[in-house]
Write a protein that binds this ligand. Structure first.
Ligand SMILES: [Zn+2]
Length: 169
């Protein structure tokens, strides 16, 4: 059984409803929002307008629009940051690293020398490409890293404006 994370109120519902400055792009079924933890500058998520948790919960229309929205913002991220790569990932359940029980598809512009190695942050080490086999996960290190990449609202909103200005017509 897939165990869902608990977060009440849901931060993504709050962003969708009360924090319009976090919204980069809007579709009929999706919103693209900035991630408050900027492990990479510009990293954002495509979320569903509906509060559903998992990929398994999506309708066919939502699935299609998530990918279309991800492609749109990927174009904007390339135009804005000239990244060396674009990483996408999506977590389903606590055991896959999901932290908010609201569907979100990460879209991340990767740069050389950034903070998390290769792959999603919860799977990667700080200073290498992938955690060494058998190494115990250090949650304390995650907390310190999170604090470092927590960006003030004023800077986040500037990032949103920059990316939004480069969305395809
Ligand atoms: Zn929600």
């Amino acid at each position: 059984m897939i165990e869902l994370p608990v977060r009440d109120p849901c931060d993504l519902c709050v962003a969708a409803r009360d924090e319009p400055w976090k919204i980069i792009d809007e579709g009929e079924h999706t919103l693209t929002v900035i991630n408050p933890w900027q492990f990479e500058t510009g990293q954002c998520c495509v979320i569903t307008r509906r509060h559903v948790a998992l990929l398994l919960d999506l309708t066919a229309e939502e699935c299609a629009e998530v990918m279309t929205a991800a492609r749109r913002v990927a174009h904007a991220l390339v135009a804005t940051y000239r990244p060396l790569g674009i990483l996408t990932f999506q977590n389903n359940g606590v055991y896959s690293g999901q932290e908010t029980p609201h569907f979100h598809f990460h879209v991340v512009p990767r740069q050389k020398g950034s903070d998390w190695g290769i792959g999603p942050p919860q799977l990667a080490t700080f200073d290498g490409a992938g955690r060494e086999r058998g190494t115990v996960h250090d949650a304390g290190d995650d907390a310190r890293r999170r604090e470092r990449v927590r960006v003030p609202a004023i800077d986040l909103s500037k990032t949103v404006e920059r990316i939004r200005s480069n969305l395809p017509a």
